[in-house]
Every structure is written in structure tokens, then in C-alpha cells.
Design a protein around this ligand. Sequence first.
Ligand SMILES: Cc1cc2nc3c(=O)[nH]c(=O)nc-3n(C[C@H](O)[C@H](O)[C@H](O)COP(=O)(O)O)c2cc1C
Length: 316
Amino acid sequence: MQTSQTYYLAPVRGITDLVYRNCFADQFKGVDLAMAPFVQTVKGNQIKASHLLENTPAQNRLPTIPQIIGRNPGHFIDLARQLADAGNTAVNWNLGCPYPTMTKKRCGSGLLPYPQDIDKFLETVCAEVPLAISIKMRLGLETPQDILTLLPILNRYPIEHVTIHPRLGTQMYGGDLDLDCFGLCLETLNPPVIYNGDITTLEAYHTLKQRFPQVTTWMLGRGLLANPCLIEEIQQGDPLPLSDKITRIRAFHAALLEGYSQRLSGPAHQIQRMVSHWEYLRVGLPFGEKLFHKVRKARTLADYHTAIGQTFGSGA
Ligand SMILES: Cc1cc2nc3c(=O)[nH]c(=O)nc-3n(C[C@H](O)[C@H](O)[C@H](O)COP(=O)(O)O)c2cc1C
């Protein structure tokens, strides 16, 4: 019997914000849960109002887990308590971010080579934080030996689930996935393992599903941003007709634009955010490249609307 599968929207900073998640929930089906982009721990400070809003369950039309990046257990606990006060019941710890600004501070995947620090962190945090704790991680910073050393440590703590992106921090978001190492982690870890990485097509999903039948939760990032209907297609087993997809993406785009006009100050910020979305959406549309080059040149909202109307049509 086929077990039911669960699909998570990956956190993508600057893209899968509250506006995006809510518009996505209104327009597309299939995402069971979203992980929010990370909030950074800061010494002794109140969480920023904008971060709190993004991570308040009452504001989110998709069930959303907040994510924290940082390596100081005390700062993590302070932030997690504020997230709990806002109504959250779970929090994710980022051990995957590959950007040198983070890794140099031993945050994100930069902490993976330090198993004793991770052990101490989890010992303190799991005892103090009134939320279910999950982890999102890579195989290592420079070597998959990092995760192999960490597996018995992670197995000692009540971790809700572990999402693994089977690359090293030094690979950033490209290069080969190490699926053999992912398979080993899947066999060894006690907490449920969520697969994340390069699910960009129905075929890619089916290949992974065949190889890892024990996985029941799949996290999708760039593939879903490029084709927001991808989970629906996975669930029904066939691609949707392109014309239907375009109609729905057009309505989604109109809702995003409206959402940012309320949230972001000034047209320059709105255009900038929309261009970031087109960096992903262009991949899934036949006229995407042409459209992207046009919107990138827009300096005013009028330019932006003209560029959209010329290629995509303006009707929602
Ligand atoms: C621009 C960008 C921002 C990201 N921001 C986050 C983040 O805030 N937290 C996190 O855990 N992962 C972040 N990721 C990683 C994604 O969640 C995901 O692990 C990665 O894109 C691989 O999955 P995919 O191949 O399905 O996109 C980011 C990725 C990109 C490209």
C-alpha cells in the first residue's frame, strides 16, 4: 500500500516570505507546511517586529515552522521563547546555510565540523525550549564526515525531524548530490528524515521516491518556485496543461504585487522583490527569459506593468 506523502515548502530567504506563502496558499495546492526563512539570533534583543509578524501563526495561511540560525544556546532560547509566545509550537535550527558571512561565524553549515558544540547546544536547548525542535542541515561544511560523526549525537536528542540537503556547504547550491551518504543517514537517524534538494520535475521526484521509499516527507525549494504547480502535478501524476498553469501563475503574480504594495515601502522595493520572484518563475515559463530581461530593466511601476503586459498579459 502506498503511504501518504507530505510536501514542505523550503525556506528561501528574500522569496518565501509571508506575502509569498499566503498568496501561494490561496492559489496552489499540495504544500502541507512551509518552513520560514531564518531569523538570526541576536544578543539580548527583542525579535524585530517584522520577523515576529512573519512568524506569527495567526498571520500565516500555510502552517509554518519558524527557523533560527545561530550557535549560542542562550540567544536561541530567548528567541524561541518569543516565537512560542507568538503562538508557535515548533522551531527549526538552521545547520545548512552555506554563505561565508554565516559559516565564518560558525553558524549554519559552518557549525557542522564542531560536533561537541552541536552536542552542548542541543543538550541546553532541548531542555529549555518549550517548542518541538527540528533541524535542517547539509552533509557537512567541507566533508560528509561531519554528518557521519553527528548521527549518534543527533540520535540522543528528541528532535522532531531532520531535513537533509545532501550537499556540502562549500558546494553552495550546485554540484552533485551525495545520495549514497543521504541513504546512510536515512538508515541511521532515529528522527524522521525529510529529503530536500533538486526536486525540479516529476521525473526527478519519481527517481528519488523510487530510490528512497522510506522517505515520506519531501521539501521543495527552487523547483516549486519555478513551477508552483509541481506538487499538484506530483500528486496527480501528470503535468498540468500549460495554459492553466499560466492563468494561475498570472493570478498569483497579481496577488504578490498587491501584497507587496501593502507591505513594502516604495515602488523600488516592490519592483526589486518582484524581480527576485521572476528569477525563479522565469525557469518554468516558455517566455520566462524574455520577460525576466524586461522586468529587470523596469525603473518605475509603470515600466514594470508595461513589461508584464507585453509578454505575460496583465489580466489576473
Ligand atoms: C536564495 C536562497 C535562500 C535560502 N534561504 C534559506 C533559509 O533561510 N533557510 C534555509 O534553511 N535554507 C535556505 N535556503 C536553502 C533552501 O531551503 C534549500 O535547502 C535549497 O534551495 C535546496 O533545495 P532545492 O534544490 O529544492 O531548492 C536558501 C536557498 C536559496 C537559493
